[in-house]
Design a protein around this ligand. Structure first.
Ligand code: NAI
Length: 329
Protein backbone atom coordinates (compact mmCIF):
# COMPACT_ATOMS: atom_id res chain seq x y z
CA UNK A 1 0.00 0.00 0.00
CA UNK A 2 1.35 3.46 -0.93
CA UNK A 3 2.24 5.65 2.02
CA UNK A 4 1.44 9.35 2.10
CA UNK A 5 3.04 11.77 4.60
CA UNK A 6 0.28 14.24 5.39
CA UNK A 7 1.68 17.47 6.83
CA UNK A 8 -0.14 20.14 8.84
CA UNK A 9 -3.00 17.72 9.55
CA UNK A 10 -5.91 19.17 11.51
CA UNK A 11 -8.81 17.16 12.91
CA UNK A 12 -11.12 18.31 10.09
CA UNK A 13 -8.55 17.12 7.50
CA UNK A 14 -8.36 13.66 9.08
CA UNK A 15 -12.13 13.34 9.18
CA UNK A 16 -12.57 14.25 5.52
CA UNK A 17 -9.61 12.19 4.24
CA UNK A 18 -10.39 9.09 6.32
CA UNK A 19 -13.97 9.18 5.02
CA UNK A 20 -12.86 9.49 1.38
CA UNK A 21 -9.83 7.16 1.54
CA UNK A 22 -11.63 3.85 2.03
CA UNK A 23 -8.35 2.28 3.17
CA UNK A 24 -6.62 2.58 -0.21
CA UNK A 25 -3.63 4.59 1.08
CA UNK A 26 -1.73 4.58 4.36
CA UNK A 27 -2.18 8.19 5.37
CA UNK A 28 0.43 9.18 7.95
CA UNK A 29 -0.96 12.31 9.56
CA UNK A 30 1.51 14.78 11.08
CA UNK A 31 0.37 17.86 12.93
CA UNK A 32 3.65 19.59 12.14
CA UNK A 33 4.17 21.50 8.91
CA UNK A 34 6.49 20.43 6.13
CA UNK A 35 9.79 22.26 6.62
CA UNK A 36 13.50 21.33 6.53
CA UNK A 37 13.29 20.07 10.13
CA UNK A 38 10.24 17.85 9.56
CA UNK A 39 11.52 16.20 6.37
CA UNK A 40 12.45 12.91 8.14
CA UNK A 41 8.74 12.31 8.79
CA UNK A 42 8.40 11.53 5.09
CA UNK A 43 10.93 8.68 5.26
CA UNK A 44 9.49 5.55 3.69
CA UNK A 45 6.61 7.40 2.03
CA UNK A 46 5.80 7.63 -1.68
CA UNK A 47 4.17 11.06 -1.67
CA UNK A 48 3.59 14.05 0.57
CA UNK A 49 0.33 15.93 1.02
CA UNK A 50 0.81 19.61 1.90
CA UNK A 51 -1.13 22.84 2.37
CA UNK A 52 -0.83 26.60 1.95
CA UNK A 53 1.68 27.35 4.70
CA UNK A 54 3.98 24.35 4.29
CA UNK A 55 7.48 25.16 3.11
CA UNK A 56 8.21 23.69 -0.30
CA UNK A 57 11.35 25.57 -1.28
CA UNK A 58 14.40 24.22 -3.10
CA UNK A 59 15.94 22.81 0.09
CA UNK A 60 12.80 20.92 1.12
CA UNK A 61 12.21 19.61 -2.39
CA UNK A 62 15.81 18.33 -2.57
CA UNK A 63 15.21 16.64 0.80
CA UNK A 64 12.04 15.00 -0.51
CA UNK A 65 13.88 13.75 -3.58
CA UNK A 66 16.57 12.13 -1.40
CA UNK A 67 13.79 10.33 0.47
CA UNK A 68 12.30 8.93 -2.73
CA UNK A 69 9.19 11.12 -2.76
CA UNK A 70 7.74 11.19 -6.25
CA UNK A 71 4.67 13.34 -5.79
CA UNK A 72 3.70 16.50 -3.92
CA UNK A 73 -0.10 16.53 -3.61
CA UNK A 74 -1.22 20.01 -2.60
CA UNK A 75 -4.65 19.90 -0.97
CA UNK A 76 -5.38 23.51 -1.98
CA UNK A 77 -5.87 25.63 -5.10
CA UNK A 78 -3.00 28.14 -4.74
CA UNK A 79 0.59 26.84 -4.87
CA UNK A 80 2.70 29.99 -4.61
CA UNK A 81 4.56 28.28 -1.73
CA UNK A 82 5.92 25.56 -4.05
CA UNK A 83 9.17 26.07 -5.94
CA UNK A 84 7.85 24.47 -9.12
CA UNK A 85 11.16 24.78 -10.94
CA UNK A 86 12.97 22.93 -8.15
CA UNK A 87 10.30 20.21 -8.26
CA UNK A 88 10.65 19.95 -12.02
CA UNK A 89 14.46 19.79 -11.78
CA UNK A 90 14.21 17.03 -9.15
CA UNK A 91 11.67 15.09 -11.19
CA UNK A 92 8.93 15.45 -8.56
CA UNK A 93 5.39 15.94 -9.85
CA UNK A 94 3.17 18.56 -8.19
CA UNK A 95 -0.62 18.29 -8.25
CA UNK A 96 -3.22 20.48 -6.59
CA UNK A 97 -6.98 20.88 -6.25
CA UNK A 98 -7.85 23.55 -8.82
CA UNK A 99 -11.45 23.93 -7.61
CA UNK A 100 -13.22 22.42 -4.61
CA UNK A 101 -15.73 25.06 -3.70
CA UNK A 102 -15.22 28.53 -5.11
CA UNK A 103 -18.52 29.30 -3.33
CA UNK A 104 -16.90 28.72 0.07
CA UNK A 105 -14.25 31.37 -0.57
CA UNK A 106 -16.53 33.89 -2.31
CA UNK A 107 -19.12 33.56 0.48
CA UNK A 108 -16.44 34.12 3.13
CA UNK A 109 -15.31 37.27 1.29
CA UNK A 110 -18.94 38.45 1.35
CA UNK A 111 -19.18 37.60 5.06
CA UNK A 112 -16.10 39.70 5.81
CA UNK A 113 -17.59 42.59 3.84
CA UNK A 114 -20.99 42.46 5.54
CA UNK A 115 -19.49 42.07 9.00
CA UNK A 116 -17.16 45.04 8.54
CA UNK A 117 -19.66 47.31 6.84
CA UNK A 118 -22.40 46.72 9.43
CA UNK A 119 -19.96 46.40 12.37
CA UNK A 120 -21.42 43.03 13.37
CA UNK A 121 -18.21 42.06 15.19
CA UNK A 122 -18.61 45.09 17.46
CA UNK A 123 -22.38 44.72 17.81
CA UNK A 124 -22.10 41.06 18.90
CA UNK A 125 -19.43 41.93 21.48
CA UNK A 126 -21.56 44.81 22.80
CA UNK A 127 -24.80 42.89 23.20
CA UNK A 128 -22.98 40.08 25.07
CA UNK A 129 -22.12 42.84 27.59
CA UNK A 130 -25.73 43.99 27.65
CA UNK A 131 -24.66 47.16 25.81
CA UNK A 132 -27.42 47.90 23.31
CA UNK A 133 -26.12 51.27 22.12
CA UNK A 134 -25.90 51.80 18.33
CA UNK A 135 -23.35 54.60 18.36
CA UNK A 136 -20.51 53.96 15.92
CA UNK A 137 -22.29 51.09 14.16
CA UNK A 138 -23.49 52.98 11.05
CA UNK A 139 -22.72 51.26 7.73
CA UNK A 140 -23.59 52.07 4.12
CA UNK A 141 -26.08 50.51 1.69
CA UNK A 142 -24.33 48.23 -0.79
CA UNK A 143 -27.22 48.79 -3.21
CA UNK A 144 -26.16 51.02 -6.12
CA UNK A 145 -22.54 51.12 -4.90
CA UNK A 146 -19.59 49.75 -6.88
CA UNK A 147 -17.69 46.54 -6.22
CA UNK A 148 -14.25 46.04 -7.80
CA UNK A 149 -12.85 42.57 -8.36
CA UNK A 150 -9.18 41.98 -9.06
CA UNK A 151 -8.91 38.51 -10.58
CA UNK A 152 -12.26 37.48 -12.06
CA UNK A 153 -11.69 33.73 -12.20
CA UNK A 154 -13.80 31.04 -10.53
CA UNK A 155 -13.96 32.68 -7.09
CA UNK A 156 -13.93 36.29 -8.29
CA UNK A 157 -16.85 35.70 -10.65
CA UNK A 158 -18.96 34.13 -7.88
CA UNK A 159 -18.11 37.02 -5.57
CA UNK A 160 -19.14 39.40 -8.38
CA UNK A 161 -22.46 37.60 -8.78
CA UNK A 162 -23.09 37.87 -5.04
CA UNK A 163 -22.37 41.61 -5.24
CA UNK A 164 -24.76 41.91 -8.21
CA UNK A 165 -27.37 40.32 -5.96
CA UNK A 166 -26.96 43.29 -3.64
CA UNK A 167 -27.68 45.59 -6.58
CA UNK A 168 -24.06 46.71 -6.97
CA UNK A 169 -22.29 47.67 -10.16
CA UNK A 170 -19.33 45.32 -10.65
CA UNK A 171 -15.99 46.44 -12.11
CA UNK A 172 -13.42 43.75 -12.83
CA UNK A 173 -9.76 43.58 -13.72
CA UNK A 174 -8.35 40.38 -15.20
CA UNK A 175 -5.79 39.62 -17.89
CA UNK A 176 -8.42 37.38 -19.51
CA UNK A 177 -11.80 39.16 -19.52
CA UNK A 178 -14.87 37.00 -20.09
CA UNK A 179 -17.79 38.47 -22.03
CA UNK A 180 -21.40 38.31 -20.91
CA UNK A 181 -21.08 38.02 -17.13
CA UNK A 182 -22.46 41.47 -16.45
CA UNK A 183 -19.15 42.85 -15.11
CA UNK A 184 -17.52 45.93 -16.58
CA UNK A 185 -13.85 45.12 -17.26
CA UNK A 186 -11.48 48.03 -16.77
CA UNK A 187 -7.93 48.83 -15.64
CA UNK A 188 -6.92 48.49 -12.00
CA UNK A 189 -6.59 52.23 -11.36
CA UNK A 190 -10.27 52.72 -12.15
CA UNK A 191 -11.16 50.04 -9.62
CA UNK A 192 -9.06 51.70 -6.93
CA UNK A 193 -10.59 55.11 -7.68
CA UNK A 194 -14.25 54.16 -8.09
CA UNK A 195 -14.99 51.05 -6.04
CA UNK A 196 -16.64 51.15 -2.62
CA UNK A 197 -15.60 47.54 -2.09
CA UNK A 198 -12.45 45.95 -3.55
CA UNK A 199 -11.96 42.21 -3.33
CA UNK A 200 -8.79 40.37 -4.39
CA UNK A 201 -9.22 37.03 -6.15
CA UNK A 202 -6.08 36.58 -8.24
CA UNK A 203 -3.24 34.17 -7.46
CA UNK A 204 -0.02 35.49 -5.92
CA UNK A 205 2.71 35.38 -8.56
CA UNK A 206 6.22 36.81 -8.86
CA UNK A 207 4.75 39.73 -10.81
CA UNK A 208 1.98 40.85 -8.50
CA UNK A 209 3.65 40.84 -5.05
CA UNK A 210 2.33 43.94 -3.20
CA UNK A 211 -0.20 44.59 -5.94
CA UNK A 212 -1.99 46.70 -3.32
CA UNK A 213 0.50 49.34 -2.18
CA UNK A 214 0.78 52.92 -0.88
CA UNK A 215 0.22 54.36 -4.35
CA UNK A 216 -3.11 52.67 -5.10
CA UNK A 217 -4.34 52.71 -1.48
CA UNK A 218 -4.07 56.51 -1.76
CA UNK A 219 -6.43 56.40 -4.76
CA UNK A 220 -9.19 54.61 -2.81
CA UNK A 221 -12.36 56.24 -1.54
CA UNK A 222 -12.18 57.23 2.12
CA UNK A 223 -14.86 54.77 3.23
CA UNK A 224 -13.99 51.94 0.81
CA UNK A 225 -13.53 48.44 2.16
CA UNK A 226 -10.69 46.16 1.01
CA UNK A 227 -11.19 42.38 1.18
CA UNK A 228 -8.43 39.83 0.66
CA UNK A 229 -9.21 36.12 0.67
CA UNK A 230 -6.52 35.34 -1.90
CA UNK A 231 -2.93 35.52 -0.67
CA UNK A 232 -1.34 37.84 1.92
CA UNK A 233 1.60 38.83 -0.29
CA UNK A 234 -0.78 40.69 -2.60
CA UNK A 235 -1.00 43.51 -0.03
CA UNK A 236 1.87 45.57 1.36
CA UNK A 237 0.83 45.40 5.02
CA UNK A 238 3.00 48.39 6.05
CA UNK A 239 1.19 50.50 3.45
CA UNK A 240 -2.20 49.09 4.51
CA UNK A 241 -1.53 49.93 8.15
CA UNK A 242 -0.59 53.49 7.20
CA UNK A 243 -3.71 53.88 5.05
CA UNK A 244 -5.92 52.62 7.91
CA UNK A 245 -4.18 54.84 10.47
CA UNK A 246 -4.51 57.91 8.24
CA UNK A 247 -8.18 57.13 7.53
CA UNK A 248 -7.43 56.80 3.80
CA UNK A 249 -9.71 53.77 3.53
CA UNK A 250 -12.74 52.57 5.49
CA UNK A 251 -11.63 49.11 6.58
CA UNK A 252 -10.06 45.80 5.66
CA UNK A 253 -11.27 42.21 5.86
CA UNK A 254 -8.30 39.88 5.63
CA UNK A 255 -8.42 36.10 5.51
CA UNK A 256 -4.76 36.05 4.53
CA UNK A 257 -1.74 38.00 5.71
CA UNK A 258 1.70 38.21 4.18
CA UNK A 259 3.47 36.81 7.25
CA UNK A 260 0.72 34.37 8.22
CA UNK A 261 2.93 31.28 7.93
CA UNK A 262 4.25 31.46 11.47
CA UNK A 263 0.87 32.21 13.06
CA UNK A 264 -2.18 30.95 11.23
CA UNK A 265 -3.80 27.59 12.06
CA UNK A 266 -2.39 27.46 15.61
CA UNK A 267 -3.42 28.84 19.00
CA UNK A 268 -0.82 31.46 20.03
CA UNK A 269 -3.02 33.06 22.69
CA UNK A 270 -0.54 32.20 25.45
CA UNK A 271 2.48 33.51 23.49
CA UNK A 272 4.20 36.76 24.42
CA UNK A 273 6.08 37.04 21.13
CA UNK A 274 3.90 38.60 18.46
CA UNK A 275 4.10 39.84 14.90
CA UNK A 276 4.09 43.65 15.03
CA UNK A 277 1.94 44.41 11.99
CA UNK A 278 -0.46 41.57 12.74
CA UNK A 279 -0.90 42.83 16.32
CA UNK A 280 -1.61 46.33 15.05
CA UNK A 281 -4.07 45.07 12.45
CA UNK A 282 -6.04 42.88 14.89
CA UNK A 283 -6.29 45.81 17.30
CA UNK A 284 -8.01 48.06 14.76
CA UNK A 285 -11.81 48.31 15.03
CA UNK A 286 -12.22 48.54 11.26
CA UNK A 287 -10.15 45.43 10.51
CA UNK A 288 -11.27 41.82 10.67
CA UNK A 289 -8.74 39.04 10.40
CA UNK A 290 -9.66 35.42 9.90
CA UNK A 291 -7.07 32.67 9.88
CA UNK A 292 -7.03 31.62 6.20
CA UNK A 293 -10.35 29.87 6.69
CA UNK A 294 -12.29 30.97 3.62
CA UNK A 295 -12.13 27.39 2.27
CA UNK A 296 -13.53 25.88 5.47
CA UNK A 297 -16.92 24.40 4.63
CA UNK A 298 -18.05 20.76 4.82
CA UNK A 299 -18.50 20.69 1.06
CA UNK A 300 -15.03 22.07 0.37
CA UNK A 301 -13.30 19.67 2.80
CA UNK A 302 -15.05 16.69 1.27
CA UNK A 303 -14.18 17.81 -2.29
CA UNK A 304 -10.55 18.53 -1.31
CA UNK A 305 -10.19 14.98 0.07
CA UNK A 306 -11.90 13.31 -2.89
CA UNK A 307 -9.93 15.25 -5.52
CA UNK A 308 -6.57 14.88 -3.73
CA UNK A 309 -7.05 11.11 -3.46
CA UNK A 310 -8.08 10.98 -7.13
CA UNK A 311 -4.88 12.90 -7.98
CA UNK A 312 -2.91 10.22 -6.08
CA UNK A 313 -4.81 7.45 -7.92
CA UNK A 314 -4.09 9.05 -11.29
CA UNK A 315 -0.40 9.56 -10.52
CA UNK A 316 0.24 6.04 -9.20
CA UNK A 317 -1.77 4.40 -12.02
CA UNK A 318 -0.03 6.48 -14.69
CA UNK A 319 -3.28 8.07 -15.82
CA UNK A 320 -3.49 11.53 -17.35
CA UNK A 321 -2.88 14.15 -14.60
CA UNK A 322 -5.56 16.81 -14.96
CA UNK A 323 -4.59 18.73 -11.81
CA UNK A 324 -0.87 19.12 -12.38
CA UNK A 325 0.39 22.46 -11.01
CA UNK A 326 2.00 24.46 -13.80
CA UNK A 327 3.89 27.75 -13.66
CA UNK A 328 1.55 30.75 -13.40
CA UNK A 329 1.37 32.55 -16.74
P1 NAI B 1 -8.75 31.05 -10.93
O1 NAI B 1 -7.51 30.55 -11.57
O2 NAI B 1 -10.06 30.47 -11.33
O3 NAI B 1 -8.86 32.64 -11.12
C1 NAI B 1 -7.79 33.51 -10.93
C2 NAI B 1 -7.99 34.67 -11.90
O4 NAI B 1 -6.99 35.66 -11.61
C3 NAI B 1 -7.81 34.26 -13.37
O5 NAI B 1 -8.93 34.71 -14.11
C4 NAI B 1 -6.52 34.98 -13.79
O6 NAI B 1 -6.56 35.40 -15.16
C5 NAI B 1 -6.53 36.18 -12.86
N1 NAI B 1 -5.22 36.80 -12.63
C6 NAI B 1 -4.01 36.22 -12.57
N2 NAI B 1 -3.07 37.14 -12.29
C7 NAI B 1 -3.73 38.32 -12.17
C8 NAI B 1 -3.31 39.63 -11.86
N3 NAI B 1 -2.03 39.94 -11.64
N4 NAI B 1 -4.25 40.60 -11.81
C9 NAI B 1 -5.55 40.32 -12.03
N5 NAI B 1 -6.00 39.09 -12.32
C10 NAI B 1 -5.09 38.11 -12.38
O7 NAI B 1 -8.51 30.90 -9.38
P2 NAI B 1 -9.60 30.84 -8.21
O8 NAI B 1 -10.02 29.44 -7.99
O9 NAI B 1 -10.63 31.88 -8.45
O10 NAI B 1 -8.69 31.25 -6.94
C11 NAI B 1 -8.13 32.53 -6.82
C12 NAI B 1 -7.18 32.54 -5.65
O11 NAI B 1 -7.90 32.38 -4.43
C13 NAI B 1 -6.17 31.37 -5.61
O12 NAI B 1 -5.06 31.63 -6.43
C14 NAI B 1 -5.78 31.35 -4.15
O13 NAI B 1 -4.67 32.20 -3.94
C15 NAI B 1 -7.00 31.94 -3.44
N6 NAI B 1 -7.69 30.96 -2.61
C16 NAI B 1 -7.84 31.23 -1.27
C17 NAI B 1 -8.48 30.37 -0.42
C18 NAI B 1 -8.68 30.67 1.03
O14 NAI B 1 -9.06 29.77 1.80
N7 NAI B 1 -8.48 31.90 1.48
C19 NAI B 1 -8.99 29.08 -0.93
C20 NAI B 1 -8.84 28.91 -2.36
C21 NAI B 1 -8.19 29.82 -3.15
Amino acid sequence: MKKIAFFGAQSYDREAFDAANNGRYELRYFRTRLAPTSLPLSDGCDAVCAFVNDTLNKEVIAGLKVRGIKLIAMRCAGYNNVDLKAAYDEGITVVRVPAYSPYAVAEHAAALLLTLNRHLHKAAARTRDYNFSLNGLTGFDLHEKTAGIIGAGKIGRIFGDIMKGFGMKVLAFDHFPVEGNGFEYCDMDRIFKEADVISLHCPLTQDNHHLVNAENLAMMKKNAILINTSRGGLIDSDALLNALREGQIGGAGLDVYEEEGEWFYDDHSETIKQNKNLSLLVSMPNVIITSHQAFLTHEALSNIATITLKNLDDFFSGADLKSRAVAYS
